[in-house]
Structures are given as structure tokens and as C-alpha cells.
Design a protein around this ligand. Sequence first.
Ligand SMILES: [Zn+2]
Length: 236
Amino acid sequence: MEATFKQLVDLEAICAEIDRLDACLAEFPGEEAVVAAGIRDAKAALEAARAALEHEELEERRLEAAMKDQEALILKLNHQSAQVASNEAYTALQNELEAAEAAKTDFETQALEHMEAIDAAKEVLAKEEAALASVEGAAPDQLADIAARRKGVEDERSGQVAEHDKIAPAIDAKLLTRFEKIRARKKPAIGVIEGKTCPVCKIALPRVRVSEIMALEGVFDCSNCKRLLAPAKAFE
Ligand SMILES: [Zn+2]
């Protein structure tokens, strides 16, 4: 019976290690997603910078065109004012000219502001291009590192599974099934008892149950949590 308890406790330790390795393996897709998200975000930022620059350039071209329209208008009004006969018509043309000059100046000022905005947008674009290049450049090494670590964990897991498969057949099949059923619901599935309480759920066990366990005649469970209980003396 001592041998059986030792095997069960060893098996549980191996199962726990496999669980731990499985939890490690479950982390890797998340790590890969972080790398992919980094590239996606950098691409989105670059696209946004490109769109901002295009918007500024478009606006600047619109203002340039508006400025040229005013220049043409000014030219036309100047030509007309040279030909008018009445003072009234002349004054009206002068007012139109002033308005056109003011509008032209206004468009000019705005266009200059947009040229500054274009320069700033170009700087942002260059910065985002560099950022994307850096993120894309680092990605292969990051993914290779993740793959290498994953391989390490998978190899370790294979080793533990081999250990498990070495020990498991030596355990009574019924007992093994009982252990596995408990472990599917509760971890750990086996507790090593030193006194009179279950080491896992801490309940005080009935005296009869304690003496059954101490007699080492079979594998008994905790009357409360139903985990298998091994007496500490089986490991002395
Ligand atoms: Zn218990």
C-alpha cells in the first residue's frame, strides 16, 4: 500500500506539472497576438498620418486656387475701373477691389498656415514610417523567441507525459480511474494526512476513518471533500 500511495502522489505531482505547462502553452497565442497588434497599430497610425497629410495638402491646394481666383478678379476689376465713366461706378469698383484684395490676403494667410501644417504632417508621417519599420523589423525575432520558448515547454510536457505513462500502468486500474475522476473536479486529488483533519479541506475526520487510513489497508477518501487520503507514515 505504501508503494501505491507513493505512486499516486508522484502521479499527482506529474499531473500538476502538466497542468502548469498547459497553462504556459495557453499564454503563447496571446504573446503572438501582442506582436501582431503592434504591427496593426503601427500600420493604422501610419495610415492616419498619411490621411492627415493628404487632407492638409488638399486644403492648401484649395486655398491656392481661391487665391488665384481672387487675383484674376482683381485683374478684371482693375481693367474695368480704367474704363468706367461715372464716379459712382468707379467707387463701386473700388469697393469690390478692396473686398477682393482682402479676400486674397485672407486666403494667402490661411495657405501659409496650411503649409506649416503640411510640414508638421510630413514629420509625423516620417516618424510613423520609422515606427512601423522598427516594429516590423523586431517582429521576426520576437516570434522566433516565442516559438523557441513554446518548443521548450512542449518538450518539457512530452517528458512529463512520458513519466506519467511510466507510472500510471503500475497503479491499480480502478484506483487510477477513481483518482482521475476526482482530479477532473478537484486539485489536488490526493492529500497526505498527518493528524486527524483532511490536509486540503481541513475538516476533522471521523475517528473510524482516521484509523482506516492509518491501518494502510486501502485507499480511503475524505468524508467531506472525497479526496483520496494518504497517511504521512506511508512516506517515512
Ligand atoms: Zn477533505
